[in-house]
Design a protein. Structure first.
Length: 649
């Protein structure tokens, strides 16, 4: 069998006459791994419900034949109580506009939880579509003293059954061969019973015929879960893991960041030495290398962030964290599925907002959407690292922990707590009297994630960051460079202003301070002046509306104008040119604290605004989100500056 990735993405059907095969199954059953193995697409896998909320379509070839493979959202049953579960029901019934009804189904079930999975299989078989059951984790079932006769399971169900270990690609060839005969897959002569009691009896008869023996829980798993799921000790472990997590981000990434920074500094030196056109040298050195390079310096930290998240997710710890946080979510009037959506927002608010489709209640979905932008996403990481580096010395320590890591942990904690408060507020405004729907979350066994799945997750996230650098950030950086270098000033004008035109740094500084960007920044500065922001910071804050990382690129350009060889030193030495703070350092502790808090709250991502509009179907909620978060950001930043100023004397 040869499988290749030909089509992919969300929404809309693939324009082809090829047979349409849909993958259905519960979360954590290994469905997405099989989709990846069949199509070559690198869909993200996860250990908690709600990770696959979009439609993914790919193409698979078996010999000369081509098949369209669709990965439907994970669901435990066909009694839809949430939007993503409704998508599955509508897809199987052919009620999705522009999406054909599947010609056949691959139902993925986990061998270690087969008794529960067969209830779902019964519901699927009632649709009377050609169906093949794919059994995963049979190796784990055996290792845990369980048993299953896969050959006997097929006759018991009346449909083909294939055992597949997706992450090791075992059974994929046989599954591909089965696809070739999809039109001849038998349909059970009698559909499984729909009555719940009769269905339970049917499940037990199938299990008995297939010689099924349930897997035993590992003694180690029981002991570990007795700690990790304990209301007190589990919470203590959770916070300890998070502190170590963020400390690791700074400790391990620092040498790599220094290497990337040295590379771009060397490239800037080459540009200065070999490009004789001042404008071209400024464009290449200040805009591209100074701006974009200033963002790419944080690529090692971004990759390390997703590496650690993938490892925690892969071993099964994040599911335990979701279970612990269910109690916390209940205090905000939400349920555990809301935690899944908020957890997704640590990578990016967009998938987090999309994951609210798993919530049955419309009020819960709105409350979670309004809170999701407060979760500290990866786009904030470059800004936080830059500002924390200006605020706290790398060698500073508090007890056994580095001070930088603790500040970072505090910012993540601030975002999480603020999100909970926001969700509570919006839920209370909406009406908290609605009953809570039970939160079902399967605790996956502790597993060592496959290196391939971890690397795919890291590379996908890093690739997304790089694509943003190559599109949004490059475009915005060039636009900012133009604003920072226009209008043109003649040599005579600069000499008349007392500028030493023989010094490139003096010329660059004069040009920036008399640019269109400076004019725009000074126009808006009165709004941000109480926070300690001068026009240079204000320009960065405004540019960050397109993407938060652009703030770093903007400061990189401004700093490069003053000291191309060492922009970081230029930022530390930057002073207010006039006003009551003239001569004081711009990036002193009060201003840096205000900036950190402002970025913790402000909604500076137009893509997030657009997704809220799409998910709610109105501009009312995105407008409210942008307004309340911007006002909150200003007020909290002012409070932070005031407190730090008082503490610092």
């Amino acid at each position: 069998m040869s499988a290749g990735c030909h089509d992919g993405g969300g929404g809309g059907a693939v324009a082809t006459a090829a047979p349409h095969i849909a993958l259905v199954g519960a979360p954590n059953a290994g469905k997405t791994s099989i989709f990846n193995a069949l199509t070559g697409l690198r869909g993200k896998t996860g250990n908690y419900p709600g990770v696959t909320v979009s439609r993914f379509v790919g193409a698979c070839r078996v010999g000369p034949h081509r098949y369209v493979i669709e990965d439907l959202p994970g669901t435990y049953g066909l009694e839809a109580v949430s939007p993503d579960e409704q998508i599955v029901v509508d897809a199987l019934d052919g009620r999705l506009e522009g999406v054909p009804r599947p010609d056949a189904l691959l139902v993925v079930v986990d061998a270690t939880s087969l008794r529960r999975s067969l209830g779902f299989v019964a519901q699927v078989l009632a649709r009377r579509l050609p169906t093949c059951v794919v059994v995963t984790f049979t190796d784990e079932l055996t290792s845990r003293q369980g048993a299953l006769d896969v050959e006997a399971l097929g006759p018991a169900l009346g449909v083909p059954v294939v055992a597949v270990i997706g992450h090791r690609r075992r059974g994929i060839t046989e599954l591909g061969d089965r696809l070739a005969g999809w039109a001849r897959w038998p349909v059970p002569a009698l559909a499984p019973p729909t009555d719940l009691a009769q269905r339970d009896a049917w499940v037990e008869s199938v299990l008995a015929f297939a010689g099924y023996r349930a897997a035993e829980q590992h003694r180690v798993t029981r002991r570990v879960d007795s700690v990790l799921l304990h209301p007190l000790w589990g919470t203590v472990v959770f916070f300890a893991v998070m502190v170590v997590f963020f400390q690791t981000l700074f400790t391990l990434a620092a040498p790599l960041q220094d290497a990337v920074a040295a590379l771009f500094s060397w490239l800037s030196t080459l540009v200065a030495a070999h490009v004789h056109s001042r404008w071209l040298a400024s464009l290449l050195g200040d805009a591209l290398l100074g701006g974009v390079g200033g963002v790419l310096v944080f690529l090692p930290q971004i990759m390390l962030l997703f590496l650690l998240l993938s490892l925690l997710e892969g071993v099964g710890y994040l599911s335990r964290a979701a279970f612990l946080m269910d109690r916390v979510m209940a205090r905000a009037g939400l349920e555990g599925r809301a935690f899944v959506a908020l957890l997704s927002s640590f990578a990016c608010a967009i998938p987090g907002i999309m994951a609210t489709r798993t919530l049955p209640s419309a009020r819960d979905r709105i409350a979670t959407m309004m809170a999701a932008p407060l979760i500290t996403c990866s786009a904030r990481l470059p800004v936080y690292v830059l500002l924390i580096g200006l605020l706290v010395d790398r060698s500073a320590r508090i007890g056994p922990f580095g001070a930088q890591g603790l500040v970072m942990f505090g910012l993540y904690l601030l975002g999480a707590v603020s999100a909970m408060v926001a969700a509570w507020g919006f839920k209370k405004l909406g009406d908290r009297r609605g009953p809570l729907v039970p939160f079902y979350l399967e605790m996956p066994p502790y597993r060592l994630p496959s290196p391939r799945s971890v690397l795919i997750a890291v590379w996908t996230s890093a690739g997304s960051f790089l694509r943003k650098c190559s599109t949004i950030i490059v475009t915005t950086t060039i636009a900012l460079w133009l604003l920072l270098n226009l209008p043109l000033h003649s040599t005579a004008q600069m000499r008349a202003a007392g500028v030493d035109t023989g010094r490139p740094a003096a010329v660059s500084t004069y040009t920036v301070e008399h640019s269109y960007a400076a004019g725009l920044g000074r126009l808006v500065t009165p709004v941000f002046e109480p926070l300690g922001f001068d026009w240079r910071i204000t320009v960065g804050v405004l540019s960050a509306q397109s993407a938060r990382e652009v703030f770093v690129a903007t400061l990189g350009q401004v700093a490069a104008a003053g000291d191309p060889a060492d922009p970081a030193a230029a930022l530390r030495a930057m002073t207010y040119p006039d006003g009551p703070r003239a001569g004081q350092r711009v990036f002193g502790p009060p201003t840096v604290a205000a900036l950190l808090v402002y970025f913790a709250y402000a909604l500076q991502c137009m893509a997030t605004v657009g997704v809220i509009r799409r998910e709610t179907g109105t501009w009312r909620w995105p407008a409210l989100a942008f307004t309340y978060l911007t006002v909150t950001a200003w007020l909290m930043a002012y409070l932070a500056r005031t407190v730090v100023s008082l503490v610092g004397g």
